[in-house]
Design a protein around this ligand. Structure first.
Ligand code: ZN
Length: 353
């Protein structure tokens, strides 16, 4: 094979390899294979020196043309591949600033949970401590030790959830069980007085259960906060001052309070506390049923009979207790017309607080 033919063959092979190179590194491989130190075209060029003087000029000219053609093809292909590589990179790294961001919603405490804490903070600031007790409670603590007579209506099946033990042979008959879902947090008072000597200053927040159908002013499960103070020389004036302070803290300094005589089995005397209506300012409106006042809690001086159950000397100690429904306080504080809205879980409503 003549050198010129060999060069021509190299040119055809090189140009087709260049055209076939799909990326820059493949193209560089082609360049090395033909023009590198050990490249095939380089090998042919080295052989030119051994040609006769007749052959050399034509072969040298042909060799130069082939080298120039291959270099030009490499350069052209390099430009094409570099442009498409850049394009691919730009496409892969592009950020679409019009896409909506990934939202990570921030959670928050439920209104009732937060308000319960706020109420607790008010009393913690007065030196009370938090006491807790079981939600599944004995009849003794929920009723008997709280001076509730055996025939009191609150004990009836219509008002209280009793827990039946179905594991034994003689399953408790409904209404004869002595285990129930507590209807108030007051049993915590009894449990605390059993275990602690006065002075006692406690607040017991927690869930309670009553057999009510949910309606605007009743829930079968709600949150109660109760307070109990037992110490020497505690009078109704202490109770009044404490609750007036509480009402100012929760409802603001502009709301007035009043105490109305009432009856509870475990306190004597007992009272209900009203605050002036936040809607009409005491003038009378639909919200306060025209009275200008709204009831917020029940309270009273601890009945000496209750002290008898827990072994506290009623001659030496006196005390007071109070209890309130947190859901009710929330409705009054934020003018929510229906208790059920607090537990429906509608975020559009709950996010307002
Ligand atoms: Zn009113």
């Amino acid at each position: 094979m003549s050198v010129v033919t060999e060069l021509e063959e190299q040119r055809v092979l090189a140009l087709s390899a260049i055209e076939a190179a799909e990326d820059l590194s493949a193209l560089d491989g082609v360049r090395v294979a033909y023009l590198g130190k050990k490249g095939s075209l380089t090998g042919v060029l080295r052989g030119l020196g051994s040609l006769s003087a007749d052959e050399r000029p034509a072969a040298g000219k042909a060799a130069n043309e082939v080298r120039v053609a291959i270099e030009a093809a490499l350069e052209a292909r390099h430009a094409v591949l570099a442009a498409s590589a850049l394009e691919a990179r730009v496409a892969s790294e592009a950020v679409d600033v019009t896409l909506p961001g990934r939202s990570r919603p921030v959670g928050s405490r439920h209104l009732i949970n937060r308000l319960t804490s706020e109420i607790c903070e008010i009393f913690l600031g007065l030196g009370y401590r938090i006491a807790e007790g079981p939600e599944v409670e004995l009849d003794y603590y929920n009723f008997t030790a709280l001076n509730t007579p055996a025939d009191h209506p609150a004990r009836s099946l219509a008002d209280t959830f009793y827990v039946r033990d179905l594991s034994g042979d003689e399953a408790d008959v409904a209404g004869e069980s002595d285990v129930l879902l507590r209807t108030q947090t007051s049993p915590v008072q009894i449990r605390t007085m059993e275990k602690n000597e006065p002075p006692i200053y406690i607040l017991s927040p927690g869930r309670v259960y009553r057999r009510d159908i949910a309606d605007p002013s009743h829930l079968p499960q709600f949150t109660q906060v109760e307070g109990l103070v037992v110490d020497e020389g505690i009078t109704f004036a202490d109770l009044k001052g404490t609750l007036e302070h509480f009402a100012r803290e929760v409802f603001g300094p502009d709301r007035k309070t009043r105490f109305r005589p009432h009856f509870f089995p475990f306190t004597e005397p007992s009272a209900e506390v009203d605050v002036s209506c936040g809607i009409c300012g005491g003038e009378g409106c639909r919200f306060c049923k025209g009275t200008g006042w709204i009831e917020i809690l029940g309270c009273g001086m601890v009945d000496p009979n209750v002290f008898g159950y827990v072994g506290i000397d009623p001659e030496r100690y006196t005390g007071f207790a109070f209890g309130m429904g947190v859901e009710r306080i929330a409705c009054l504080k934020y003018n929510v017309p229906d208790l059920r809205m607090l537990v429906d879980g509608d975020m559009r409503f709950l996010r307002q607080f």
